[in-house]
Design a protein around this ligand. Sequence first.
Ligand code: NAD
Length: 294
Amino acid sequence: MSRIAFLGLGHMGLPMALNLVKAGHEVHGFDLVPAAIEAAQAAGITIASSGADAVAGSDVVITMFPAGKHVISAYQDELLAAAAPGTLFIESSTIAVDEAQAAHALAIAAGHRNIDAPVSGGVVGAENATLAFMVGASDEDFAAALPLLEAMGKRIVHCGGPGLGQAAKVCNNMILAVSQIVVGEAFVLGERLGLSHDALYDVAANASGQCWALTTNCPVPGPVPTSPANREYQPGFAGALMAKDLGLALKAIEQTSTDARMGRLAQELYATFAAGEGGGRDFSGIITDIRDGQ
Ligand code: NAD
């Protein structure tokens, strides 16, 4: 059993922390927002009086914050100084690759260990402990973190050294964004050619057009009854989160001078989608922008 400081008890953090409690760990949680603290307390998490208080005396610190700037400032302002030497910092927020590497360097300079372990699988995955973790870590730190990640997730992939968990996350989500757009385009094109949704689905789902954006997150109602299109694009995975992740992909594309024109275009399209009502809708709802376009 470990004593774990869990910081950031939002949509993802709270159910993840609860799964660690279920697995028998001693979890001390903290969040900046009173409503998140109240919800966590009601769910049975022990709440510390501050981030530093949660960290003091813990063997492991898990952060699940909105963005990289929150991670870097929390590390610098209080967490690293409050931790006992050699504490294992597991950073699970989705942040830029260079921010993950900067957080790693800060933790190492302060005498600690650090891994990046972003997730996919959403709130349902967090609740059911079926998250996928993409991990950037040394072999030794990966082995130390593995039992904890297994308590919160189902598929844990060691992607390489520090930062490479975040690299895998941005690359995967860039594939997802581009494929969700083109699946939407194909359905709208099919509509205009007189092709029914069911007919296109039956062909593509069993042919070389097969992909998750089609067979799980089908952007038209009907063929896949559980997809967000059947509930007016209630997320699912919200457009705002996809736009955020593509912003991180764009940063990586620019830093590496990669000729990723599809990824760049997906970033533009999702930034526009998320700036309107799409921010709160499932990202497959981009099909309505495509249908409304010329
Ligand atoms: P959220 O906004 O619901 O929760 C983040 C929490 O962190 C907030 O409650 C906030 O108050 C807290 N916080 C910020 N700074 C803090 C600090 N210094 N100390 C303590 N608490 C602090 O966000 P979320 O949906 O839980 O997502 C968390 C991360 O996971 C994000 O990086 C997101 O991109 C990623 N992610 C989310 C999903 C999803 O479906 N929601 C899926 C995969 C990955």
